[in-house]
Design a protein around this ligand. Structure first.
Ligand SMILES: Cc1cc2nc3c(=O)[nH]c(=O)nc-3n(C[C@H](O)[C@H](O)[C@H](O)COP(=O)(O)OP(=O)(O)OC[C@H]3O[C@@H](n4cnc5c(N)ncnc54)[C@H](O)[C@@H]3O)c2cc1C
Length: 363
């Protein structure tokens, strides 16, 4: 391990959606020093900017490329589980749909004993982050750092889908982030002039010139360090510039773990924070017994709805358009070749149009 241990006021682990906001807000105080550690490389890849190229980032160095365990609710399948690994985190590889949580979800979290998480309490924060040119100003924000736009050039099939949904009786809704969230609409997206606008664009870049903010990429936290039950620093693997060194940094005020849904609990468990029996079972010294860590995960799988199109309009998933097709695109290509069309595939009988197993992914 490196002998030198640098000192900061705050250490933030993970430069994803949350970490970029934290790094910005904490370093806004010129009297506070902040270290932001990001395991992945910088976000310089062109495909990060191009909205439709998101799937080209899957299974690359910009993705943790996880696979779930066998899921009882999904007939025992294991799913590919992408997670962003770069500045911006998953906001640099996601599908950019801007959908705020449902009012009732926030209210339920508050009811469960989390003061401050009710919808009325979180609404001002949503408004503060949004830069959105339309919608009810009592509910939407106009001047925040996160650019939210309408789709510039929606696919004709998307418009047809919305029309069809309205035709069968679903309510049309001009703003699903407004007063009523139910209904069918074209999504708004986190983009600016047709380019992805990640959390790094919104929060990290404007703060990068601050002298009190240090951003380190290819720096993977391996342990939170504790002294007398208090988090005092982070041990991390420094992989920048071909290095492979363990280093430590100390935090005078706080260590903030923002590694995302999978990696935050993983880092805590590796650091000895979690259910005592689980930790002892794998030989990790218990620093703080905390039963909830690593449990109670809720997520939603993505399912591709696959249908034959008489016209070549389905650019989003046209296998030929993808440089390195993920499993589902390869499947489409194979199915299309069998049927004599590049993008056509039929849903399996009994699956009501839901994508084949290889086409499902958890996000
Ligand atoms: C493919 C995909 C599509 C999605 N589509 C949408 C969408 O359309 N709309 C929507 O609202 N949401 C979408 N999401 C979800 C959304 O992007 C995430 O909920 C959000 O970005 C999570 O933010 P986070 O800060 O919790 O984690 P992340 O943004 O994932 O950030 C975690 C960061 O921590 C880093 N990190 C992890 N462990 C360590 C470590 N040990 N040391 C150092 N760094 C570490 C990671 O590399 C990453 O950069 C999608 C997600 C994915 C993966």
């Amino acid at each position: 391990m490196s002998e030198i241990s640098e000192m900061f006021d705050y250490i933030v682990v993970g430069a994803g959606s949350a970490g970029c906001v934290l790094a910005n807000r904490l370093s806004a105080d010129p009297g506070a020093t902040v270290l932001l550690l990001e395991a992945g490389p910088p976000d310089r890849k062109l495909e990060i900017r191009v909205p439709a190229a998101a799937t080209k980032l899957f299974k690359t160095p910009y993705d943790w490329d996880y696979t779930t365990t066998s899921q009882p609710g999904l007939a025992g399948r294991e799913l590919y589980w992408p997670r962003g690994k770069t500045l911006g985190g998953s906001s640099a590889i996601n599908f950019q749909i801007y959908a705020r949580g449902h009012r009732s979800d926030f209210d339920r979290w508050a009811e469960l004993g989390n003061p401050g998480w009710g919808f009325e309490q979180v609404l001002p924060y949503f408004q503060r982050l949004e830069r959105c040119s339309r919608g009810d100003p009592r509910l939407r924000g106009r001047t925040g750092p996160l650019c939210i736009q309408d789709l510039r050039d929606p696919n004709p099939m998307t418009r047809a889908f919305v029309r069809a949904a309205v035709d069968v009786g679903l309510p049309a809704n001009d703003d699903v982030n407004g007063a009523v969230q139910d209904g069918v609409a074209l999504s708004q997206v986190t983009q600016r002039r047709g380019r992805r606008w990640s959390a790094a664009d919104a929060y990290l870049r404007p703060a990068r010139r601050r002298r009190n903010l240090t951003v380190r990429t290819r720096a993977r936290a391996t342990r939170v360090l504790f002294e007398r039950g208090r988090a005092v620093g982070v041990e991390y693997l420094d992989l920048a510039g071909g290095r492979h060194e363990l280093a430590t940094a100390r935090a005078g005020r706080e260590v903030i773990v923002a590694g995302g849904t999978v990696n935050s609990p993983h880092l805590l468990l590796c650091s000895g924070v979690g259910p005592a029996e689980v930790l002892r079972g794998v030989g990790v010294r218990v620093v703080h017994a905390l039963p909830g860590v690593g449990g109670n995960l809720q997520d939603h799988p993505v399912v591709w709805v696959v249908a034959a199109s008489p016209q070549p309009l389905s650019a989003g998933l046209r296998a030929r358009a993808l440089h390195r097709p993920p499993a589902q695109a390869a499947h489409l290509a194979r199915a299309g070749r069998r049927r004599g069309s590049a993008a056509a595939a039929q849903p399996r009988p009994g699956h009501a149009g839901i994508g084949r197993p290889a086409g499902a992914a958890a996000t």
